[in-house]
Design a protein around this ligand. Structure first.
Ligand code: SAM
Ligand code: SF4
Length: 328
C-alpha cells in the first residue's frame, strides 16, 4: 500500500501521454501553443510501462491516460492492452477532447477501455470554436455518440465552468444529463499555467452551479464507489445520467486526495498545484534498478503536501506548468 505522510492511500495514477494537443482551449493553452517537448524527451511506451508496473506493485490500482490530447499519440490501443494486463490494475480510463474519438472509439474499446471522460464545455458549435479555437463541435459530438453506441459506460462529459462564457448553458447541460446516460461533471476553473485567463470574474463556484441546476428540479445524491474520485454526484429524478460537481478551489478535496501524476517527460507530480516534480526519466535512462526507481517514487511521495494553497481569498498563486502539460 502506498501511503503518504498524511496517511492518504495513493492508488490513482494519471499518466500524461503527450504534451501535444489538437485544440487550444483558452483556459488551458495560449493560441500559439506552448513550447513542445522534443520527441526524445517524451517517455517511450516501454519506459512508461516500466514505471506503471512499478507503481502498481507499490499500490496504484487505477490509471487514467491523459495529455495534452492522448489520442494524438500513436498506437495508444497497444499501450492500453498491455497496461490492462498488469496484475493489480482495477481500472483504466482516458480523458480526451473527443476530436479523434469517433475514429478511435472501437479500437479503444477492444483494447480494454470501458469508460471514458470527454471534455466538452459548451453545446453550442460557435461557442465551442471560441473556447477551443477550432471549429470541431460536430466531430466531438459524433465521437460521444459513437462511444455511447459502442457501450462505454459511464460516459463522463467534463465541463469547465467559466463565468460569462458557458454559465448560460448550465441548464442545457442539466437537461443533457436527464436525456442521455451521461455523467455531466462541472469542474471549477483552476489557476494553472501562466496564461490561462484565470480571474475571479471568470470563476464560477460549484455552489453557484448547484443553485442554477435546481431550477430544473431537485437533485438527489448518488452514492459513489471507492474509485470514483472527488466529484459530488447527484441526479434528477428519473434522469438517465448524473451531475457531478468538482470543486478543487471552493472545497478542497485534499484530505482524500489519492492521486499521483506522471508527466509526458517522466516527472512525477505529487500535487496538481505544486511545481515540485521528481524526475524519474533520468534514473530510468541511466539504468536504475527497480528497487532504485521504487525508492525514488516513495521519496517523491514524502513531498506530497497536506493541501494545496489555492483558495479564493487571498487570490490564488498560479502554478507555472500549463494544464496541457499536467494532464488535468
Ligand atoms: N486534452 C484532453 C482533454 O481536454 O480532455 C486531456 C487533457 S486536459 C488538460 C484534462 C482536463 O483538464 C480536461 O477536462 C480539461 O477541460 C481540464 N482543464 C484544463 N485546464 C483547466 C483549468 N484551467 N481548470 C479546470 N480544468 C481544466
Ligand atoms: Fe488540449 Fe485538453 Fe488543454 Fe483543451 S484542455 S487545450 S483539449 S489539453
Amino acid at each position: 500500500m502506498l501511503l503518504d505522510p498524511y496517511n492518504r492511500r495513493l492508488n490513482y495514477l494519471r499518466i500524461s501521454l503527450t504534451d501535444r494537443c489538437n485544440l487550444r482551449c483558452v483556459y488551458c493553452m495560449p493560441e500559439q501553443g506552448v513550447p513542445k517537448l522534443i520527441h526524445e524527451d517524451i517517455l517511450t511506451y516501454e519506459e512508461l510501462l516500466r514505471l506503471a508496473r512499478l507503481s502498481v506493485r507499490l499500490g496504484i490500482e487505477k490509471i487514467r491516460l491523459t495529455g495534452g490530447e492522448p489520442l494524438v499519440r500513436k498506437n495508444i490501443g497497444d499501450l492500453i492492452k498491455v497496461l490492462g494486463e498488469i496484475p493489480g490494475i482495477r481500472d483504466i480510463s482516458l480523458t480526451t477532447n473527443g476530436v479523434l474519438l469517433a475514429e478511435q472509439a472501437q479500437a479503444l474499446w477492444a483494447a480494454g477501455v470501458k469508460r471514458i471522460n470527454i471534455s466538452l464545455d459548451t453545446l453550442n458549435p460557435g461557442k465551442y470554436a471560441e473556447i477551443t479555437r477550432f471549429n470541431l463541435f460536430d466531430q466531438v459530438w459524433a465521437g460521444i455518440q459513437e462511444a455511447e453506441r459502442i457501450g462505454f459506460s459511464p460516459i463522463k462529459v467534463n465541463v469547465v465552468a467559466l463565468r460569462g462564457i458557458n454559465d448560460n448553458e448550465i441548464l442545457a447541460f442539466g437537461r443533457l444529463s436527464q436525456e442521455k446516460p451521461y455523467h455531466v461533471r462541472f469542474i471549477e476553473f483552476m489557476p494553472v499555467g501562466t496564461e490561462n485567463g484565470w480571474s475571479t470574474e471568470r470563476f464560477l463556484s460549484s455552489d453557484d452551479i448547484f443553485k442554477k441546476l435546481q431550477v430544473i428540479g431537485p437533485l438527489y445524491p448518488v452514492n459513489g464507489q471507492g474509485l470514483d474520485g472527488p466529484a459530488k454526484r447527484m441526479a434528477y429524478d428519473g434522469a438517465r445520467g448524473e451531475i457531478g460537481l468538482i470543486s478543487p478551489i471552493s472545497e478542497h478535496f485534499c484530505p482524500s486526495c489519492n492521486r499521483l501524476r506522471l508527466t509526458a517527460e517522466g516527472r512525477l507530480r505529487v500535487c496538481i498545484f505544486s511545481d515540485d516534480e521528481i524526475d524519474l526519466r533520468t534514473p530510468l535512462r541511466n539504468g536504475a534498478s527497480d528497487v532504485e526507481l521504487e525508492t525514488a517514487i516513495r521519496t517523491a511521495i514524502l513531498q506530497k503536501p497536506k493541501e494545496h494553497p489555492i483558495q479564493m481569498n487571498p487570490l490564488p498563486r498560479k502554478c507555472q506548468r500549463q494544464m496541457s502539460k499536467i494532464g488535468g
